[in-house]
Design a protein around this ligand. Structure first.
Ligand SMILES: Nc1ncnc2c1ncn2[C@@H]1O[C@H](COP(=O)(O)OP(=O)(O)OP(=O)(O)O)[C@@H](O)[C@H]1O
Length: 324
């Protein structure tokens, strides 16, 4: 089967700023594919090139088999967009917004009424179809944008940070619609996010940092590739525990989330040694498998939050990355 999205050496510079530095990847039909990276990593620039809104400086990309530079109209007919900034008309009703879009995309009149109802019911806005969009909450507007993005039955739906700025309940609802889509529509989904928990919904994710793809794989495979567990202990004296871990096991630890935290290859097997040889009482121990946070750290050397705030990451996280 031909890939839904195919990208080779794609790059984009804005003057001296190399926003995207030559990325390669393919997205299979029916896949939910995510770009995960901190603010400024190049996610919006990449998705904008795929949607024909930004012209690449180099390389090539095809969506649904159509080139994003030479076959822009074909690409546009085959894609749906939900971008960070809302583009709904507030003075129109929900239904009027969708009808306007249907006209632009040439949705046949014979199917329009059914399709309108289908997409509005999917996002829970059928009852509000006659309300003006200016009266909608942020979450309702985002839901309407998703309905609009799907109205013309696109082959690929592009979502740029679909839940940014929304409360946790609305974020969960939006993910509910997106995951249900894979059963109800014949569609490929390409999305960007800087939320680790949202990346978990994807079949595969590409981690992007400073305009480059660092790794592409399923969330499970990426977590398994870290190869280290996170161990957190509580003792009566954090400083002494950190020093003892260094002296007796050569392990670098730091206080993280209020507990002495470090990374080791097989956490459960290490715990008995810890009790036997740490040389001080331990009040509690927890061992957890790597999260996508740990994956991001392991491949890029900082956490997403640290990358966004410009700080350097803490000591145990740096220790986590050092194995590579
Ligand atoms: N129109 C533009 N002109 C100049 N520089 C730009 C422009 N658009 C993006 N950039 C720069 O390109 C880099 C990548 O930006 P991009 O918006 O693609 O990142 P992002 O990962 O999507 O982050 P965010 O989620 O904050 O949008 C940044 O350094 C940004 O400042």
């Amino acid at each position: 089967m031909n890939p839904a999205v195919s990208v080779r050496g794609l790059r984009k510079s804005y003057g001296d700023v190399e926003a995207v530095k030559g990325v390669d990847f393919e997205v299979a039909p029916g896949e939910v594919f995510g770009f995960l990276g901190p603010n400024g990593a190049g996610k919006t620039t990449t998705i904008s090139m795929l949607c024909t809104l930004v012209t690449p400086t180099g390389g090539a990309a095809a969506v649904g088999g159509h080139d994003v530079v030479t076959q822009r109209d074909d690409v546009r007919r085959n894609i749906g967009l939900v971008f960070q900034d809302p583009t709904l008309d507030g003075y129109l009703t929900a239904e009027q917004n969708l009808r306007f879009h249907a006209e632009l995309y040439g949705v046949p009149k014979t199917v329009l009424a059914d399709r309108l109802r289908q997409v509005l019911e999917m996002v829970g806005l059928w009852d509000r179809k006659e309300s003006r969009v200016s009266t909608f909450s942020g979450g309702m507007k985002r839901r309407l944008e998703i309905a609009r993005g799907l109205l013309h039955s696109p082959k690929v739906l592009f979502l740029d940070e679909p839940t940014v700025g929304l409360d946790p309940q609305t974020r969960a609802a939006i993910w509910g619609y997106i995951t249900r889509l894979r059963h109800t529509e014949d569609i490929t989904i390409f999305m960007t996010t800087h939320y680790m928990d949202e990346a978990e919904y994807c079949d595969r994710i590409a981690i992007i940092d400073h305009g480059e793809i660092v790794v592409v794989d399923s969330p499970e495979a990426l977590k398994a590739s870290v190869g280290k567990d996170r161990v957190q202990i509580q003792t009566g004296d954090d400083e002494r525990a950190i020093a003892a871990l260094q002296d007796r096991f050569g392990i670098e630890a730091a206080v993280h989330e209020g507990q002495v935290t470090f990374a080791v290859a097989s956490g459960e097997e290490f715990v008995p040694r810890l009790f036997a040889d740490l040389g001080m009482p331990i009040k509690s121990v927890s061992v957890s498998r790597p999260s996508l946070d740990d994956v991001f750290m392991s491949y890029t050397g900082s956490t997403i939050r640290d990358a966004e705030s410009g700080s350097a990451g803490n000591q145990w996280m740096r220790a986590m990355a050092r194995g590579r």
